[in-house]
Design a protein around this ligand. Structure first.
Ligand SMILES: N[C@H](CCC[C@H](N)C(=O)O)C(=O)O
Length: 271
């Protein structure tokens, strides 16, 4: 499935558990020798009270990520199609996320307020998360926020002029960010429009990033770059809508799509 070209391999591990090794994850996500995707998602039975399902999110290097909001939108759509319900609650390492249908293909997610304190990002030592003391070429003094997973957002004049693969890795791997972070490169096109590209952990440029879109809007508000409560975030794969409420809880709205479905080779499933 994909959300604006941020693509995922989704495995249903509810009836038959699927706990892939790092090697299997790397193979599944590899676009040349495996299936190909920005992340691997495994749907599991819920473990938290009130959750309808649990979703595990694996990055292309095999590491488990706390959250992925485009993935959450995709899996929510799949499960809502299956049940016929209008809403559900998904459990992730990053917390519980409410999802609701929003038209035929769109899903709206309700997210709790973000965390701004340095321990929650997490940073290695105390620092002002509004403007971290980091620089790499045109990427300077990013704002850090945890929206379920760690993000830093670097505001620039023109997103398209920044060579992101050249400059973002030094920020992503900065020793202060001891668990790494997804690095957003954002430009304000208007108070209600941000142009964004995200260099995700562990070092991939994605066409869209749901948590990155939320992080960019929240960071722009905190920096006084916008006061709008509804902001569109335009990424290479298309636009997501981010609504920020009074308590900083967020609604994220955007489309989902199924590319194809099939079965993984038995030796991958069995290994
Ligand atoms: N594309 C995802 C984020 C994946 C984040 C993951 N790469 C991490 O290490 O936190 C999204 O739509 O929110």
């Amino acid at each position: 499935m994909h959300g604006l070209g941020n693509d995922f391999v989704v495995v249903d591990g509810r009836a038959e558990p699927f706990r892939p090794t790092h090697e299997q994850i790397r193979w599944i996500c590899d676009r040349h020798i495996g299936v190909g995707g920005d992340q691997l998602l495994v749907i599991e039975p819920p473990s938290a009270a009130g959750a309808d399902a649990r979703m595990r999110i694996y990055n292309v290097d095999g590491a488990e990520a706390e959250t992925c909001l485009n993935a959450t939108r995709c899996v929510a759509w799949l499960l809502l199609q299956e049940s016929g319900a209008g809403r559900l609650r998904l459990e992730t390492l990053g917390g519980l996320i409410d999802a609701a249908r929003f038209g035929e293909r769109d899903i709206a997610l309700g997210l709790p307020a973000p965390r701004w304190d340095w321990q929650s990002i997490p940073l290695a030592s105390e620092a002002d998360t509004l403007a971290l003391d980091m620089a790499s070429g045109p990427l300077v003094q990013p704002t850090a926020v945890n929206v379920g997973n760690p993000h830093v957002v670097c505001f620039v004049g023109n997103r398209d002029e920044v060579d992101v693969p050249r400059w973002a890795p030094a920020i992503q791997n900065h020793p202060m960010l001891w668990e790494g972070a997804n690095v957003g490169v954002a430009a304000m096109a208007a108070p209600d429009l941000i142009r964004l590209v995200v260099w995700e952990r562990p070092g991939i440029l994605t066409r869209a990033c749901g948590s990155g879109a939320c992080a960019a809007v929240l960071a722009a508000r905190r920096r006084g770059l916008t006061q709008e409560s509804l902001v569109k975030v335009d990424m290479p794969g298309g636009c997501l809508r981010v609504e920020v409420h009074g308590d900083e809880s967020v609604t994220l709205i955007g489309p989902t799509a199924v590319a194809f479905s099939g079965r993984l080779p038995a030796d991958v499933k069995a290994a």
